[in-house]
Write a new protein. Structure first.
Ligand code: ATP
Ligand code: MG
Length: 334
């Protein structure tokens, strides 16, 4: 029986780049079946709901989802649909790998970093959001639990071990955020003791930003809390040529959602300009998750060759072609 995968085409550039990834999966010989469902603005327009129950049911049923970026309209009662999905399905680990591909416009050619972002707690827990009636004061609550910190740090070390990586750097701000970041760092140090074969480092987030820009080769696996992970992973995307090159996997106990790191890019939506590599790379993460490393490798090679040779690449990669030409160039190599 073939594997059934939930597909959410998404908003803005989503449908075009997801289509590109699916065509490539098919050409690579993956015989998946797909359940298409909507969320975000597309769902709101069709059903009056941003996150229809049928979509949640399908995501739960198939366990694996490939998703385009989703727009959360302001004033619809949701802070973010992406965050709601992560919380609803307990997708506690957000894996955001970046790797240099030859031929991009990036400043470096030796970057290979995985950011492991805690995906359900911290400043994203959505707790205690308040603005005073006169608008003069605002507050929010950040919550870190020992269980949540331990789970994500252990996930990072297990990943490092499985993938033969050498070093895990815990990024924090425990000098200022003494309670929350302090607990995260304390737990990170405890878990690190259990993995003597892997080098453990810790770094304050501001210092980590500078170091990432100056010496990205010093980093291997980064593990950090939700908001820092959000910011650092965009920074890391910048090291390898921009958001078009950055995929993310949201992993929980029973279910996983694979997506691009970027948003729906309204500035280039509907113009056939988007670089589909982010979702193609997310589909490669999905293949690895499904235990299909040969297929993952095959697509990675084809993608790398297109980018290195500059054959029909998109504008963000220094080329002058669109999403569909780029996709065709990858397909011809499969
Ligand atoms: P969000 O709030 O949903 O994150 P955003 O305003 O941060 O939205 P993004 O969609 O994350 O917007 O995009 C940021 C910038 O990166 C935009 O200029 C966009 O055009 C560019 N960008 C994003 N994704 C791609 C892509 N796949 N290919 C080319 N450019 C992209
Ligand atoms: Mg963004």
């Amino acid at each position: 029986m073939s594997t059934k995968i939930t597909v959410i085409p998404g908003d803005g550039i989503g449908p075009d780049i997801v289509k590109s990834a699916l065509e490539i999966l098919e050409k690579a010989g993956c015989d998946f079946e797909y359940d298409y469902v909507d969320a975000g603005l597309t769902a709101l327009e069709k059903t009056g709901e941003l996150l229809p129950q049928a979509t949640l049911d399908t995501i739960a049923k198939n366990a694996v989802t490939l998703k385009g970026p989703l727009t959360t309209p302001v004033g619809e009662g949701f802070t973010s649909i992406n965050v709601s999905l992560r919380q609803h399905f307990g997708l506690y680990a957000n894996l955001r790998p970046v790797k240099s591909f030859k031929g991009t416009q990036a400043r470096y050619d030796n970057v290979d970093i995985i950011t492991v972002r805690e995906n359900t707690e911290g400043m994203y827990s959505g707790l205690g959001q308040k603005v005073s009636d006169d608008g003069s004061e605002a507050e929010a609550v950040s919550k870190i639990t020992r269980e949540g910190a331990e789970r994500i740090v252990r996930f990072a070390y297990e990943l490092a071990q499985r993938e033969g990586r050498k070093k895990v750097t815990a990024v924090h701000k425990a000098n200022i955020l003494k309670s929350t970041s302090g607990l995260f760092l304390k737990v990170a140090r405890e878990v690190a003791e259990e993995y003597p074969d892997i080098e453990s480092a810790e770094m304050i987030v501001d210092a980590a930003c500078m170091r990432l820009v100056m010496n990205p080769e010093d980093f291997d696996v980064i593990v950090t809390t939700n908001l820092f992970g959000d910011i650092l992973s965009d920074l890391c995307a910048g090291l390898v040529g921009g958001l078009g090159m950055a995929p993310g996997a949201n992993i929980g106990k029973d279910c996983a959602i694979f997506e691009a790191v970027h948003g729906s890019a309204p500035d280039i939506a509907g113009k056939n300009l988007a670089n589909p590599s982010s979702v193609i790379l997310a589909s490669i993460q999905m293949l690895e998750y499904l235990g299909l490393p040969e297929k993952a490798e095959k697509i990675t090679k084809a993608l790398a060759d297109v980018i290195e040779s500059g054959d029909r690449t998109t504008r963000d990669l220094g080329g002058s072609h669109g999403t569909t030409d780029f996709t065709q160039a990858v397909i011809e190599r499969l």
